[in-house]
Design a protein around this ligand. Sequence first.
Ligand SMILES: [Ca+2]
Ligand SMILES: [Ca+2]
Length: 187
Amino acid sequence: MKELNTLIDVPLVQLLNAAGIALNGEIVESQPYDFVVSGDQRTYGDLRTPEGLAEIAEYADGIGPSKRMIVSVESVDADGDGLADDITGDDLVNDNDKFLTDPTSLIDDAHAAGLLVHAYTFRNEDIFLAQDYNGNPELEYEQFFSLGLDGLFTDFPGTGFEVASRLYPFTNPDPLLGVLPSDPMVG
Ligand SMILES: [Ca+2]
Ligand SMILES: [Ca+2]
């Protein structure tokens, strides 16, 4: 991406990946593949520190973190077997069996580094929604927008668009271009 930034003049988003999420909601870190190849020991977690974000800001305009790097989910393990319990009783264990943890400072830290935050992936299905949202995907969008999220990847753009239009009525949302100032000359 550093090389790409010297070749083309379009906004670039540095995606941030992870290996998974621990029972307590902590991100299980992984490494960018080019770091693996070059022998750089740092993980995506190191890129989320103020120092890492400052480095990203040298070549990218924003970060694309998993939404769990902003608000994670904690599992219940009442039977102590080290595996997340199925609290909804549907014989499946997914985000609907988990509870939100306190937000991290990632959005504020990224903004402080001059980066936009464009998180992935927002979905409407119950299995992807933490128990706290009670099956209402709009509550998840509202929470993340209130934390300062600038943009997002969603499998359900209609829902995201509806919430953004409702929360930001004085803007002129465009389904393709996103939320724009109502008058470009003023905005
Ligand atoms: Ca368990
Ligand atoms: Ca379940």
